[in-house]
Write a protein that binds this ligand. Structure first.
Ligand code: EPU
Length: 417
């Protein structure tokens, strides 16, 4: 298993280009199941998770190509309606094929995703939503089986805004008979990206980006070309890394509008942030102020930035309270940061108090999930000495050529095979 070795203590400086968003690309690729023809997606990041969904679609019978960040998916040959355990267990987002498969074929069998390091992550709202559209759901032998002659539009209320749940039901409802309204829908930019793509394919969706999404069912969808939006979490990760190393970094090809929560908190820490079109310049300051954060659904502070921000708070001037309100077990990185000399106390499983220390110390650490691995990379960049991060396969699921990008900014970082 690969490891990342970082000799810390260098300020990041220079320019970095942001890749397409993993969490926008995954539902787009799943949406091509709805189309009897070839869709083309550009700005798709080369990541392990993208490879996983491609393998899943190919297993269903789709024909895919992927070259130079452009993926084509020809869904006309899809004949299989079962997403097997071996493919789903590698990536929970595989659940995104459930809605499109039932919508197009009236039948789907998808392995039930298990828990993951950051929480139980149930999919009950995906299933009750499909039931509201008329699907019959059975869970047997670890598989979700959904059947419906023809889905019928309905109102669906989410108890909690769920990102992939909203995406799954939007994709199911586009081919349903009649109108559906998703209420308390998630408002993430990735949902807007999917809705716009589906509309290009011929769907009639309005309200994406608000808590009420209206979908008028249509008979069929056709091929479309879609560009994946920039990755807001990769952008935020580079922003925090620049602030933490007291660097000066120009982040290019991003969408600053998607980063309100992160920009607001970084400015509150004293970090200088200049926005110019699709570029953000982040200039770190010596004296980093402690600020509190609470993770919330978009447009609140993203849970996917909590770990990185905790690392920044480890070297801030006083005490910060970090409240993780989305996932119940998303502080595993805190124990690794403690090994690097951080002062973190967990009040509850989801509330941490971080007292800033003058500096972090390099240490061997272990990544537990995708964003935790990013927080450890940032910790390694600021710590004096050599940090060795193991289990970086988590990072490869969501950050494209991360060591290359950090090295171009002056980091001393190598992958050890
Ligand atoms: N939830 C339920 N029941 C459901 C669905 C969700 O109780 O049926 C709960 C979850 O347990 C959680 C909350 O609702 O407490 C929100 O979870 P959500 O469904 O929104 O998460 P997700 O769709 O599984 C996506 C991202 C995650 C990101 C979360 C929150 C993708 C592929 N994944 O997950 O991304 O953390 O939204 O923003 O879009 C990552 O990229 O590192 C990552 C984990």
């Amino acid at each position: 298993m690969d490891k990342i070795q970082i000799n810390g203590g260098r300020k990041l400086a220079g320019e970095v280009d942001i890749s397409g968003a993993k969490n926008a690309a995954l539902p787009l690729i799943a949406a091509s199941i709805l189309v009897d023809g070839t869709c083309e997606f550009s700005n798709v990041p080369h990541l392990v998770d993208i490879h996983s969904i491609r393998l899943l679609l190919e297993d269903l019978g789709a024909r895919c190509t992927f070259d130079n960040h452009v993926m084509t998916v020809d869904g006309s040959g899809i004949h299989k309606i079962e997403a097997e355990y071996d493919l789903v267990r590698k990536m929970r987002a595989s659940i995104l094929v459930l809605g499109p498969l039932v919508a197009r074929f009236g039948h789907a069998r998808v392995s039930l995703p298990g828990g993951c390091a950051i929480g139980a992550r149930p999919v009950n709202m995906h299933l009750t939503g499909l039931e509201a559209l008329g699907a019959n759901i059975n869970i047997t032998h670890g598989y979700i089986e959904a059947r419906a002659q023809k889905l019928v539009g309905n109102d669906i209320y989410f108890d909690i805004p769920t990102v992939t749940g909203t995406e799954n039901l939007m994709m199911a409802a586009v081919l349903a008979k009649g109108t559906s309204v998703l209420k308390n829908a998630a408002r993430e930019p990735e949902i807007v990206c999917l809705a716009e793509a589906l509309n290009r394919m011929g769907a009639k969706i309005s309200g994406a980006g608000t808590a009420f999404i209206t979908i008028e069912g249509v008979d069929r969808l056709g091929p479309a070309r879609v560009k994946v939006i920039p990755d807001r979490i990769e952008t935020g990760t580079f922003m925090v890394a620049a602030a933490a190393t007291r660097g000066d970094v120009l982040i290019k090809g991003c969408n600053p509008e998607h980063l309100g929560g992160v920009i607001n908190k970084l400015r509150a820490c004293g970090t200088k942030i200049d926005i110019n079109g699709d570029q953000i310049r982040v200039t770190g300051v010596e004296h980093i102020k402690s600020v509190d954060i609470k993770t919330l659904p978009y447009p609140g502070f993203p849970t996917d930035m909590q770990a990185q921000f905790m690392t920044l708070m480890c070297i801030a001037d006083s005490t910060s309270v970090i409240h993780e309100s989305i996932f119940e077990n998303r502080f595993i990185h805190a124990n690794e940061l403690l090994r690097m000399g951080a002062d973190i106390t967990l009040f509850k499983a989801n509330i941490a108090m971080v007292k800033g220390v003058p500096e972090l110390q390099a240490a061997p650490v272990m990544a537990s999930d995708l964003r935790a691995s990013a927080s450890l990379v940032i910790a390694g960049l600021i710590a004096k000495g050599t940090t060795l991060i193991s289990r970086v396969y988590h990072m490869d699921r969501g950050y494209e050529t991360i060591e290359k990008k950090f090295c171009a900014l002056g980091a001393d970082m190598v992958r050890i095979k």
